[in-house]
Design a protein around this ligand. Sequence first.
Ligand code: IMP
Length: 184
Amino acid sequence: MKKNKIYLGTSNKNKVKEASAILEKFGINLIHYPIERIEIQSDNLEEIAIFSLKNVHEKIPIVIEDAGLFINKFKGFPGPYSSYVLERLGNPGILKLMENVEDRTAKYISAIAYRDETGIHNFKGIVEGSIAFSIRGSNGFGYDPIFIPKEGKDQTFGEMSEQEKNLLSHRSRAFIALGKWLTE
Ligand code: IMP
């Protein structure tokens, strides 16, 4: 066991809930480290997460996640700009852009950067799926009510419980990889 207590730097409590449920299974206690992240502009989620990490100067084992929704028809838009687009267009705006679009395939990617005294380590999780035709469900956050994971039962993440989302999500996959590595 490399660590049994680490911090997650974020202002998003949903991320903390989802990630701590995963790490708990590895016997790791995840503690919320509240920060307003400074995000650089980059096409690369890993780079964004690492940059945010470097702005935390405290010497604690800490992880930062950068996630995004990548819509294939739009060559990966909004991708790294997901929070900006969500704030301005929201889910109704994405559905409007997708009107009459046949190829609705999309994916979520979670890139996490973890740092302790040994250095920075990166982990990634991806979930393939598609964009729904309407807003469905009110669970989760962000784009959850319009994203249908391919391996699910045609439900959006917004229609799933946190446990159901955690069986499939990009975030759970990235944090499982981190949990495995920390307990190796
Ligand atoms: P960030 O990682 O906090 O920069 O997230 C980027 C944007 O993607 C935010 O607007 C989030 O709401 C959205 N997002 C990230 N992960 C998820 C998720 O698991 N479900 C829904 N939206 C998400």
